[in-house]
Write a protein that binds this ligand. Structure first.
Ligand code: SAM
Length: 244
């Protein structure tokens, strides 16, 4: 059936591609890919040759209109570099425009780093807020964190290794010293999930920024252990937060 197919792809382990995702990629008239070079590797792993066109955050209205026009008679597949399209990735405007034009829109659910990290963390999973990437600059980051402080939910952030310790320190400062988890390289060879308080984790990564892709999961309020963390650990976390 013609339309827009939103297809989740692996976040590390190529074996995580679903049978339906592979069949849908094979049946596509065109794959709209965040980075065609990245998706080419997945297609080669699957033994597929399918036409691709770039679709990313900077794609303009004309590019979207052309894709929406094709959806009337063709299967257009949207993928991002890894995981679920639209989740800290391009795509929502394309879905919006496809819907406005009355096109068939469907999704093939699959890997998503945020969901995978929650399942690894051991933190409450009944209620969570996905907060994406924190701002780079310390003031904007602190302001954003302050918006989440009163929420009685687990919080999920995407992060990179070099910024990790500073982000953990800022979270400790803005939210209190809550229980947290740092999930790294999920589904890859060196997958790990470190747990502890925010201040402990900030101190742990202060001198050795980890490599690879990272998700921070922070537990809800009410389980802070500020009273138990020693002042040196809190100081280290605060120094990390101020460092950039
Ligand atoms: N759309 C993707 C998804 O569904 O998870 C997320 C795309 S976002 C641009 C990329 C970020 O997701 C990375 O910087 C990292 O924070 C997180 N991420 C992606 N793959 C990961 C993995 N294998 N392990 C841990 N975090 C990962």
């Amino acid at each position: 059936m013609p339309g827009l197919y939103i297809v989740a792809t692996p976040i590390g382990n190529l074996g995580d591609i679903s049978a339906r995702a592979a069949a849908t990629l094979a049946s596509a008239n065109v794959i709209a890919a965040e980075d065609t070079r990245v998706t080419a590797k997945l297609l080669s792993h699957l033994g597929l040759r399918v036409p691709m066109t770039p679709y990313h955050d900077h794609s303009d209205e004309r590019t979207r209109a052309a894709l929406v026009a094709r959806m009337e008679r063709e299967v257009v597949v949207l993928v991002s570099d890894a995981g679920t399209p639209l989740i800290s990735d391009p795509g929502y405007k394309l879905v919006r425009d496809a819907r406005a034009a009355g096109r068939h829109v469907t999704t093939l659910p699959g890997p998503c780093a945020a969901i995978a990290a929650i399942t690894l963390s051991g933190l409450p999973s009944d209620r969570f807020l996905f907060a994406g990437f924190l701002p780079n600059k310390a003031k904007a980051r602190a302001d954003t964190i302050a918006e989440f402080a009163a929420l009685r939910s687990t919080l999920v952030f995407y992060e990179s290794g070099p910024r990790l310790s500073a982000a953990l320190g800022a979270l400790a400062e803005g939210l209190g010293n809550r229980e947290a988890a740092v999930a790294r390289e999920i589904s890859k060879l060196y997958e790990e999930c470190a747990t502890g308080t925010l201040a402990d984790l900030a101190a742990r990564y202060a001198d050795a920024p980890p490599k690879g892709e990272i998700v921070i999961v922070v537990g809800p309020p009410g389980e802070e252990s500020a009273g138990e963390a020693d002042s040196a650990t809190i100081d280290a976390a605060l120094r990390a937060a101020m460092a950039d």
